[in-house]
Design a protein around this ligand. Structure first.
Ligand SMILES: Cc1cc2nc3c(=O)[nH]c(=O)nc-3n(C[C@H](O)[C@H](O)[C@H](O)COP(=O)(O)OP(=O)(O)OC[C@H]3O[C@@H](n4cnc5c(N)ncnc54)[C@H](O)[C@@H]3O)c2cc1C
Length: 308
């Protein structure tokens, strides 16, 4: 006997700012929608120490904005569920069938708002010490290594911002940049002025070592291989699109980032929309992620009415 599938007008995959905004627009149009996420509502907001560029809010910690969003959405009656989406496909009736670890969902439309996930380096020690000194989120885990030496591996703006944040917690902070920095001048200048920060440019992290927990890292740079004692190492070299579960439908994409028609956020598959960081685009920020969630929902609403 198979489990019965639940049916919705729209299934939103991901409860970050893009997915929650889509959920709000769908709810206000009186359609049945479900926002599903395998992690904490708010998505990447939970990784941001402080947001200073969101219109109308001078400055706010990311987790606080996540709470406000969730409160607003649940007050409106937006439905949320936990679940890891593993596959999405279209059946012969044109309905989307979404398979998750908590069951199967049928829907007229799907909004993909699953963002990015950390790129693994696949170096010795990374897997072994994951959660025991190896982290991909400074805001989440920085406090565990308070007063101890730490390292950041990365060169982009988010890594530099996170390094500034971690420097206040670390005894010493080693910033290892595999490529020339791609960060705003102001952030770089702030990082370079910090007393406990040691910047090692054009160097690769080659191994993470320890017994039960991380105790050192191996770095290979211009002057050869060196060993640095650290208790926490933050791997912030980049992220990839979280859209592997779309493999059986193969919407048009570039390196996993979904191509959309910018007027309505529709992918190459009718009824399948995408919003936020998962989209193939230049600027990945909160303000356009939310905006795209609203556009995707509005397009989905028209599609649902046309297919009734
Ligand atoms: C350190 C850092 C600092 C930043 N600072 C700023 C800033 O100051 N200002 C700014 O505007 N932007 C900032 N950003 C960028 C901003 O966080 C993102 O652009 C935005 O949060 C993206 O939202 P999203 O809804 O597209 O994706 P996300 O917030 O990533 O949400 C995606 C959700 O999908 C879920 N998901 C993924 N795969 C699945 C699956 N298979 N099944 C179920 N659920 C799934 C995830 O669990 C996640 O909750 C920062 C980002 C980082 C990493």
């Amino acid at each position: 006997m198979g489990m019965e599938s639940k049916r919705y007008d729209c299934l939103v995959i991901g409860a970050g700012i893009a997915g929650i905004t889509a959920g709000i627009y769908l709810k206000r149009s009186n359609l049945s929608a479900l926002v599903i996420d395998k992690g904490a509502p708010g998505g990447k907001l939970n990784n941001i120490h402080r947001i200073d560029n969101y219109p109308g809010i001078a400055s706010i910690p990311g987790p606080e904005l996540a709470m406000k969003l969730l409160e607003q959405a649940t007050t409106l009656g937006v439905a949320f569920d936990y679940g890891d989406v593993m596959d999405v496909r279209k059946n012969e009736d044109g309905l989307f069938v979404t398979t998750t670890d908590v069951g199967t969902f049928l829907s007229t439309t799907v909004i993909v708002a699953s963002g990015l996930s950390a790129k693994k380096l696949s170096i010795p020690g990374e897997e072994e010490f994951s959660g025991r000194g190896v982290s991909y989120c400074a805001t989440c885990d920085g406090n565990f290594f308070k007063g101890l030496p730490m390292a950041v591996y990365g060169y982009q703006d988010h890594a530099v911002e996170d390094a500034i944040y971690l420097s206040a917690l670390a005894s010493d902070l080693y910033v290892i940049a595999p490529k020339p920095f791609e960060a705003t001048e102001a952030h770089l200048a702030e990082l370079k002025a910090l007393n406990n920060v040691h910047i090692i440019e054009e160097a690769k992290l080659s191994a993470i070592k320890g017994e039960q927990k991380v105790s050192s890292i191996s770095v290979s740079g211009k002057e050869g291989e060196s060993e640095i004692a650290v208790n926490g190492v933050f791997l912030l070299t980049g992220e990839q699109s979280s859209s592997a579960y779309l493999a059986s439908m193969r919407p048009e994409s570039s390196k996993g980032f979904l191509k959309v028609d910018r007027d309505n956020q529709e992918t190459s598959i009718p009824g399948l929309y995408a919003a936020g960081d998962v989209v193939d685009k230049k600027l990945r920020q909160l303000v356009n992620a939310g905006g795209e969630g609203a556009v995707a929902a509005t397009s989905a609403i028209s599609y649902i009415h046309a297919h009734r």
